[in-house]
Design a protein around this ligand. Structure first.
Ligand code: ZN
Ligand code: ZN
Length: 108
């Protein structure tokens, strides 16, 4: 537990979609996409990471459909506490995010 870590404090700033003893899934306050957070501060081993990603995929499939999303494992803002985003296919932000941009027409 790192007191200065936003993911450890786990403030419920957005709706939580899922939680169990290992992890929780909530809408990211920036992207508004489903984001899974491991409850432990640090990085899981690959086996556990796969299980966590599977949990995220279940939540994402309910929102975007089975093939309507991609998992983004890159930790840009908080690299030392494991989390991952599920983003809408072809996009980065959920349409509800203020940062969402409509795909430009006519681009190949
Ligand atoms: Zn943390
Ligand atoms: Zn985000």
């Amino acid at each position: 537990m790192d007191e200065s870590c936003l993911l450890c404090s786990g403030d419920r700033l957005t709706e939580w979609r899922f939680e169990d003893e290992d992890c929780w899934v909530a809408d990211c306050i920036v992207c508004m996409t489903p984001m899974i957070v491991w409850r432990t501060h640090g990085l899981p081993d690959p086996h556990r990471e796969r299980a966590l990603i599977g949990r995220l995929e279940q939540v994402a499939a309910e929102r975007y459909g089975e093939d309507g999303f991609w998992v983004d494992p890159e930790r840009r803002r908080i690299p030392d506490h494991w989390h991952a985003h599920a983003r809408p296919a072809g996009g980065f932000f959920d349409p509800r995010s203020p940062l969402f941009e409509e795909p430009a027409d006519g681009e190949g």
